[in-house]
Design a protein around this ligand. Structure first.
Ligand code: ADP
Ligand code: MG
Length: 240
């Protein structure tokens, strides 16, 4: 589903990604972890073309990201993304947040978009909040809306960038529960997270990044049981 081949990227003279290669098969859940500044966000942003890269190639379901002729709005609709800080539109109701891209990007009618949005709000347990504005919801609720908004586009895969790291501790699980459910339903997911409980429960593989390199890319049990690199070992010692 997602193929990342030898991707390198520079910010000026600073090399943020070095020859990153990995694959995410349909239905796989891959957790990406590593120290702050190691390039995790940059790598997943490259997958839906939020960041350009300088070398290598990325394809999503056979579509080349960044190639001329690839429509970015269509690509981003198919590759759902959930950020650390929710990024809901603050001046729009929850219903409108869920409907706008369905209407503008997919060309759905208002009613269809609204119905789809309500069904997804129901799924994340927030149907009663449809007419509120983002500022009236808790962080955990806003993040569940953000997930529902991405799902409204019928994505073929989902990218998460530390979706729980801006949340108060008591709200983390309500968001992780939605992600676990998605994973168990077979969604292809690439998740930057340090929630190792989530990784143990649903990840197929774990990628460990350091200084722009993919240092480990291993199945979950191998990664937790016996990380190959000293750097991953030290990292796990610190967060577990
Ligand atoms: P992570 O998500 O693992 O914390 P990032 O991908 O956000 O790491 O950042 C990787 C590195 O790239 C960091 O050193 C960061 O300071 C740098 N960086 C990120 N965005 C930019 C930018 N727009 N311009 C210059 N450097 C950046
Ligand atoms: Mg980051």
């Amino acid at each position: 589903m997602i193929e990342i081949n030898n991707v390198s990227k520079w910010y000026g003279d600073f090399r943020v990604l070095t020859e990153c290669t990995t694959r995410v098969a349909a239905g796989e859940v891959v957790v990406v972890c590593g120290p702050s500044g190691s390039g995790k966000s940059t790598l997943i942003k490259c997958v839906n073309a939020l960041e350009p890269f300088n070398e290598g190639s990325i394809t999503v379901d056979g579509t080349s990201v960044g190639a001329r002729g690839t429509s970015l709005p269509k690509l981003r609709a198919r590759v759902g993304m959930v950020f650390q800080h929710f990024e809901l539109f603050p001046h729009m109701s929850i219903t409108d947040n869920l409907a706008i891209a369905q209407i503008k990007v997919l060309g759905r009618g208002r009613d269809e978009a609204r119905q789809k949005g309500l069904a997804l709000l129901d799924r994340v347990g927030l149907k009663a909040h449809a007419d509120k504005f983002p500022g009236q919801l808790s962080g955990g609720q806003q993040q569940r809306v953000a997930i529902a908004r991405a799902l409204a586009m019928d994505p073929i895969c989902m990218l998460f960038d530390e979706p729980t790291s801006a949340l108060d501790p008591e709200m983390i699980n309500e968001v992780l529960d939605v992600m676990v459910e998605l994973a168990q339903e077979g969604m292809t997911m690439m998740c930057v997270t340090h929630e190792m409980g989530f990784a143990r429960k649903v990840a197929s593989r774990v990628i460990f990044m350091d200084h722009g390199h993919i240092v480990e890319d291993d199945d979950k049990d191998a990664f937790f049981g016996n990380p190959r690199s000293e750097r991953a070992r030290q990292f796990l010692d610190k967060i577990l």
